[in-house]
Structures are given as structure tokens and as C-alpha cells.
Write a protein that binds this ligand. Structure first.
Ligand code: MN
Length: 503
């Protein structure tokens, strides 16, 4: 991944106690907590630094810690644990102002009960079984969103669960800091790609900014032939080149133009601090081609992208790439394009006019040029490949008018059984869970659009943690989905989010 991800982010490991037990016990609590924090920090499952914080025993110390977490540019969330009993009313002030995600680790320093030696000193020190219940009550009483992870701290599953939550927290951090660039508006008359940008700023912190395509064209035109040719050489080293695009080939000039567009786009995004962008084939003033290979390669470098002005999906692609950083098996902008309705194995063929990220390719992409058929511009260069097989997640952010909703569908991607020799775009075939009829019906009832962020690495748990901390509704469609129950869930959610707006 490119350098556009933030470095040096951290989570804070915080332990609660009280002064009832004396200094010796608190010193031991501190030592144990430091050991747990170091253990979690060493886990590959947790992608950021774990910072140990000294044990908290007073309301003032707790409130100060929460204030510091809010102000910290590095802290993306807090993991809290009550080694001993920590009266939770001490936590109410701090938690009521805490703006960072919270993970409640329900663990115990000693894994086993020392049957032969257990005495009241052991009991006084190892109290999380009831100390964490007190803490949990206060958060439930406050209606605080948080993740609860249960298990001994050396159990690898504990680090994995905290790791997933940390990745979701990185996603939220990115949402709160995201600058998203829109070249042109969204496609005329299209409903689902539109949305409330002010609400997105209020809810998520992101800023969605418009730029005239002509401003981008100026930057694209400033790229020299030599720079564009240098990038063409990189294309040649990375992809199977269609003969007409090779040096001396009849379409070589189109490749140079495509490379110039990529370099111009990247320069424009870098100058503006943008991590995601949209374009639209309806507004390409002065651009020779609809960006194809440019958008594909920028996605592969970590940028979020949405076609036809779909800024919500550009944000989702970016956030999924951030959540999956370092472990990404492929994440792309995607569109449910056409169906295979054979009753023996109904499937969805996903594709787009051009813009599918090569991170999901099953083999070396082929660099090709073909007519687009819409937009009235020169033939665009694109990478053509089939997507790989495996479990994946398709997720769409939609604007429901009074709130945002993420609709997610767990899918099984499969290699196409036959070649598609006439299809000049990248494609991927998948079976939605629980099956196409139920999955598509559930998706449509939930208002999920045709554009998605499609990821082999982002799971239902990442999205659940992300939605919880972002305060956004999540409707997940998976192997257990019952359409009637999902329709009820959608109706109940209307009441829940309606009431939430009142309280
Ligand atoms: Mn589209």
C-alpha cells in the first residue's frame, strides 16, 4: 500500500481499580496491566502500537485520561479492563465526554484458579468477574456503543477480536479525517449515488468537496511526455500488453494519454490531501478519456473510488482499504452488473465500465484499449482480468434521508467456469449468501444500491464494529438471513433510529 495511510497510530490500554486495596495491590495491578498491554502490542493481529496507561483509581484521573484521548491525534481508541472492582460511577463523567471508540476487555490476569492456594488476597486481586460487570452496567445504563471481548489475555482469539476492533477504529479515524474529491456531480437523475454531504460531515467528519474537471485537466496537461512514457514502461513491466499499446503500436498514443491522466489525477489528489475521489462519464470536459487504468491503479495504491459521482462508495472503498491495510487480499469498487440465473447455480457477475481494482485479480491483468460506447470520448485504456475466488463482502453506504445505512452481503466469489473472450472489462462472479433469490431480495428491501465496496478482507465483524463506533445503521445479509425477519428488522430499525433522534 502507498504512503497515504497514517502512521504511528495507537490504542491505549487502560485499567480501572480503586484505593480500597492499598498501594501494594495497585502496584501489582499496574504490573499486570503493563504485561497484558505488552503482550497485546506484540500480537500481529493488532496493527497499531498498544500504549499502557497507569491504573486509574479516581474520577478525576479517569476524566483526564478521556480528555487526553480525545485530544490525541495518535489515539484511535481505548481498551479498558477492570482488574479489581472499580466503582463505575467514577467513570460516568469521563465516558460521557469520550469521543474515541471503546473496547471493553473482559479478562483476568490469572488464567486458572489456583485450587490449592487460593485465599482472600487472590480473590481481592482477581476481581474482573464482578468488576467488569459493574463497568459494563454503567456503559449499558449510558447507552454507550462499545465492543466487549471476553477471554484470557493470552488466548490468541482475544488479540484477534481486539485487532478487528482496532481495524474498525482505524476506519473511523479515516472517516473522521477523510477529504473526498468529486470531479463533477453525480450521474443525472440517479437516486442512490446522491446523498447529504452536510450530514456526512456531521455524522462522520468527512468532507466531500467538488472540483471542476477543468482544474484537473490543467494538471493532467502539465505532465510531460517523458513522465508519461516512464509510467508506460511501468505498465509494460506489470501487465500483459495488448500489441497495439506497445511501443510503436498504433494505439500507443492512447496509452501515453492514459498514463498522463493517472499522473495528473494523483498529483491533484496529493496536492489536495484527498484519499478518495469520484468522476463521472457525463462530465469529462477537456479529458481525452474517461479515467480507466488510472482509477484502477489509484485504487490499488489505496485510494477510494466511486464512479458516476458516487462519493459514499468512494468513502466505503477507502475505509475498507484502511481497515484491511497490511492484510488486504483485495478490495475494489464494484457494481452488480448482470445475472446468471441458471437454477443449478445462480450467480452475480460484477463489473464496471472500467474501474475495478487490480488488487482482486486472480492473475496478471491484461492492459487493453476498447471503445466505451458512452460518454462520447476517446477509447479508454483499462486493465482486464477476472476476480479471484473466495469469501468476500459487498458493502454499500446509502442515505436513508434521516440517517445513513450500511447494507452488507457476505458472498462467495467463484472463478468463471467459462472464458468471456468478448467482455472488455474486469469482472468477478459471486454467489450472494444465503442464495441469490434471498440475498438479492434482502439487499433490495434494505435499499442497497448497485455500487459497492467489495472486499476479500473486510468481514462482517469489521463492519459491525465500524458501524457501532460510527453510529451508523448496519444491515448484514449472510448465510443465516431470513427475508421475513430482515423485513421486520428494517421496520424496527425505523422506530429505533426515529426514537434515537428524540432522546
Ligand atoms: Mn456504475
Amino acid at each position: 500500500m502507498s504512503g497515504i495511510f497514517e502512521k504511528d497510530l495507537e490504542i491505549w490500554f487502560v485499567t480501572g481499580s480503586q484505593h480500597l486495596y492499598g498501594e501494594a495491590v495497585l502496584k501489582t495491578v499496574d504490573e499486570h496491566s503493563a504485561k497484558i498491554a505488552a503482550h497485546l502490542g506484540a500480537s500481529k493481529a493488532i496493527p497499531v502500537k498498544v500504549v499502557f496507561k497507569p491504573v486509574l483509581t479516581t474520577p478525576d484521573a479517569i476524566t483526564t485520561l478521556c480528555t487526553e484521548a480525545n485530544a490525541s491525534k495518535k489515539c484511535v481508541g481505548i481498551v479498558a479492563w477492570m482488574h479489581t472492582f472499580s466503582p463505575a460511577r467514577m467513570w460516568v463523567n469521563g465516558l460521557s465526554i469520550l469521543k474515541k471508540p471503546l473496547c471493553h476487555l473482559h479478562t483476568q490476569f490469572n488464567r486458572d484458579i489456583p485450587w490449592a492456594t487460593i485465599d482472600m488476597d487472590f480473590m481481592n486481586l482477581n476481581q474482573s468477574a464482578h468488576g467488569d460487570r459493574e463497568f459494563g452496567y454503567a456503559m449499558s445504563r449510558m447507552r454507550l456503543e462499545r465492543k466487549v471481548v471476553v477471554g484470557h489475555w493470552e488466548d490468541p482469539e482475544v488479540a484477534e477480536r481486539i485487532g478487528v476492533w482496532t481495524r474498525a477504529a482505524l476506519g473511523l479515524y479515516e472517516f473522521r479525517n477523510l477529504k473526498l474529491c468529486r470531479f463533477g456531480d453525480n450521474m443525472r437523475y440517479v437516486a442512490v449515488t446522491d446523498g447529504d454531504k452536510v450530514e456526512a460531515a456531521i455524522r462522520f467528519g468527512m468532507n466531500v468537496n467538488f472540483h471542476a474537471v477543468g482544474d484537473l485537466v490543467k494538471v493532467v496537461n502539465s505532465i510531460s511526455d517523458a513522465e508519461a512514457e516512464k509510467l508506460c514502461a511501468e505498465y509494460e513491466a506489470s501487465y500483459v500488453m495488448q500489441p497495439s499499446l506497445r511501443k510503436g503500436g498504433e494505439k500507443r498514443a492512447s496509452l501515453v494519454t492514459a498514463a498522463r491522466i493517472e499522473l495528473g489525477l494523483r498529483a491533484f489528489l496529493e496536492a489536495g490531501g484527498y484519499h478518495a475521489y469520484t468522476d463521472t462519464f457525463e462530465d469529462l470536459w477537456g479529458l481525452a478519456q474517461l479515467p480507466g487504468i488510472a482509477s484502477q491503479r489509484l485504487m490499488a495504491q489505496g485510494y477510494g473510488f466511486g464512479a458516476e459521482g458516487d462519493w459514499k462508495q468512494a468513502a466505503m472503498v477507502r475505509v475498507c482499504k484502511v481497515m484491511a491495510q497490511g492484510i488486504d487480499k483485495g478490495t475494489s469498487f464494484m457494481e452488480d452488473y448482470t445475472y446468471h440465473l441458471d437454477p443449478k447455480g445462480p450467480m452475480i457477475l460484477g463489473a464496471h465500465m472500467l474501474e475495478v481494482c487490480p488488487s482482486i485479480a486472480s492473475a496478471k491483468p491484461s492492459c487493453e484499449i476498447h471503445p466505451l460506447g458512452i460518454g462520447g470520448k476517446a477509447d479508454p485504456v483499462r486493465l482486464v482480468f477476472s476476480g479471484k475466488s473466495g469469501p468476500a463482502m459487498a458493502a454499500a453506504l446509502v442515505d436513508m434521508g434521516n440517517r445513513f445505512r450500511i447494507v452488507a452481503n457476505a458472498v462467495e466469489a467463484v472463478e468463471p467456469e467459462q472464458d468471456l473472450p468478448k467482455l472488455p472489462v474486469s469482472r468477478i462472479l459471486w454467489k450472494p449468501l444465503p442464495d441469490l433469490k434471498k440475498g438479492a431480495a434482502a439487499w433490495i428491501y434494505a435499499g442497497g444500491g448497485h455500487h459497492t465496496a467489495f472486499s476479500y478482507s473486510v468481514t462482517a465483524e469489521h463492519l459491525e464494529d465500524f458501524a457501532s463506533m460510527a453510529g451508523v445503521e448496519l444491515v448484514t445479509i449472510d448465510g443465516a438471513t431470513d427475508v421475513a425477519a430482515l423485513r421486520s428488522q428494517l421496520r424496527w430499525n425505523e422506530a429505533y433510529y426515529g426514537l434515537k433522534g428524540i432522546f
